[in-house]
Ligand binder design. Structure first.
Ligand code: XMP
Length: 515
């Protein structure tokens, strides 16, 4: 399958370049920017893109491409910093600008070029740079300019082009067209990437890798693990697939029943729903420090997992899990480690996963996919929209939504309140406009009145945020009337809640969860 490789020099938008190219129907992968040319596997590679970077090319320690990359003879597109690398390599000059260009910037073309084919002579680009080209290398041409600097340059014979702006950002007009000109007209790549062919290829790979072995997959009820289970059930006989779900008691109301229903609908036969809620609540007794709670849950999760594997005689089974492309990148295990890693979550590093990975007994059928591709894949596999559109849910579950000690009573109150909130968001058409919404049961009680009696009830916070990847978040601008109605429904149905507040904090400085 034809592909385009993105060499990552640390820009926050590197992944977007790859996303856009995949959307054009051409497979694209992100690899570290300082990869040596000799280590590159060039099979099916039709072109390379150099990403942007928080560095300046002349800065000490700036990551530069191996000079051997330019000798490969592959079509090359440099974006912002990537362009500056090319310019310096071929003898041009890049300098710090007195007036930096950020955001919307008009571009005017001055010479015809294939990279701007079918793009108007004037359009609005999206810039984010403090450096600019002050001397163009010999044999390179300026095809378009912004008000202050060369914006599109290149050399047709060498098939090397560079853009000062970011075509991958949606605010950049004709960005998609420019990338498409590079990918098709310059690289000559064929449109071979689509989810149907991905499903077929992955099924073959799963069959080959699993051979005659049993496959164990841990399911959480979320999108990734359900889609993984769906792919396994499509590729292999259902009796060889063993699905393990551990109910920690910290799940949403009715979650276990939903998981069962959904996996049975996908054809699951060996489905083990393990109710460990008592053990988790017991282990959490007396613990109120957030990290300690997380670790306690993580450790017990591993213990239960190991017990179940033994009990079901699955020690020799292969392990399948729903790792995504971005999970690998975030944890620094995969490609593109240069991207400034802001957060990698406290997810359990299970000895079982480590062991299976070491043995090469692991199947990760989503590892080259982005989240929205996984969602579309899930729909193709017949997984219900309910699951595909689910808001993210943290591994430690409701525990991080009950600041302080978690008790059975508090879990129960939170489950009831959360079920009302989520139900109402769906009923009122807000659910899909919000990235993540939930309730938090605060360790605070306040006075209220019920009839003529003054009573002391818990304070509940509603949180609803919008985000792209959870790294930053904005507050969902809830219409006040709707919010007030939902709050009343909660206080009416859950008498232990005496007061409801709306969390209006963005991330940063606040996190999405309260613990
Ligand atoms: P924060 O609270 O860090 O959350 O702003 C960002 C995203 O990560 C989820 N989250 C977790 N997910 N294990 C997880 O699997 C965790 O310990 C955890 N803590 C937070 C959170 O729900 C949000 O989507």
């Amino acid at each position: 399958m034809d592909k385009v490789l993105i060499l990552d020099f640390g820009s926050q938008t590197t992944q977007l370049i790859s996303r856009r190219i995949r959307d054009l129907g051409v497979f694209s992968e992100v690899i570290p920017g300082d990869v040596s040319a000799g280590d590159l596997s060039l099979e099916d590679v039709r072109g390379l893109v150099f990403s942007g970077s928080p560095y300046s090319v002349y800065q000490e320690g700036a990551p530069l491409p191996d000079p051997g990359i330019y000798e490969l003879g592959l079509p090359l597109l440099g974006i912002c910093y990537g362009l500056h690398c090319i310019i310096r390599h071929y003898g041009g000059e890049v300098k710090c600008l007195e007036h930096k260009e950020y955001g919307r910037a008009p571009i005017y073309s001055c010479k015809k070029t294939i990279i701007l084919e079918d793009v108007p002579d004037g359009f609005i680009s999206w810039m984010s740079h403090g450096d600019s080209i002050v001397k163009i290398p010999k044999d390179f041409f300026v095809f378009a300019r912004s008000e202050r600097c060369p914006a599109v340059v290149g050399n047709r014979e060498k098939k090397i082009y560079g853009l000062q702006f970011h075509p991958e950002v949606t605010h950049c007009e004709y960005g998609e067209k420019i990338l498409s000109n590079f990918v098709f007209a310059i690289c000559g790549a064929r449109r071979e990437w689509n989810l149907d062919s991905y499903i077929n290829d992955t099924m073959i790979k799963i069959k080959r890798k699993a051979g005659k072995r049993k496959v164990l997959s841990l399911v959480s009820g979320g999108v990734d693990s359900t889609v993984t289970a769906g792919l396994l059930l499509k590729a292999l006989p259902a009796d060889r697939i063993h699905l393990l779900y551990i109910d920690t008691g910290l799940m949403r109301k009715g979650e276990s029943g939903e998981v069962k229903k959904n996996l049975l609908a996908l054809g699951a036969k060996n489905l083990y729903l393990v109710d460990s809620s008592r053990r988790f609540l017991e282990a959490l007794k007396g613990i109120s420090e957030p990290e300690k709670k997380r670790n306690t849950i993580g450790d017990l999760f591993i213990k239960v997992q190991e017990e179940e594997v033994k009990k079901r005689r699955l020690e020799d089974a292969m392990l399948a899990q729903g790792t995504l492309y971005t999970d690998l990148i975030e944890s620094g295990k995969g490609v593109g480690q240069k991207a400034t890693i802001i957060k990698s979550h406290h997810n359990v590093r299970s000895p079982l996963v480590e062991k299976k990975r070491e043995e090469g007994s692991i199947i990760e059928p989503l590892e080259i996919l982005y989240k929205d591709e996984v969602r579309r894949l899930g729909l193709k596999l017949g997984i219900s929209r309910e699951i595909i559109e689910r808001h993210p849910f943290p591994g430690p579950g409701l525990a991080v939504r009950i600041p302080g000690e978690d008790t059975e009573e508090k879990c129960q109150i939170l489950k009831e309140a959360d079920a009302i909130l989520i139900g109402e968001l769906k009923r009122r058409g807000f659910y899909n406009q919000i990235w993540q919404a939930f309730c938090v049961l605060l360790p605070v009680r306040s006075v209220g009145v019920a009839g003529d009696i003054r009573k002391y009830g818990w304070v509940l916070a509603i949180r609803a945020v919008n985000s792209i990847d959870g790294m930053t978040a904005s507050v969902f601008p809830f219409p006040m009337e709707q919010l007030v109605e939902i709050a009343s429904l909660i206080t009416n149905a859950v008498p232990q809640v005496g007061r409801v507040v709306y969390d209006i904090s963005t991330k940063p400085p606040s996190t999405i969860e309260w613990e």
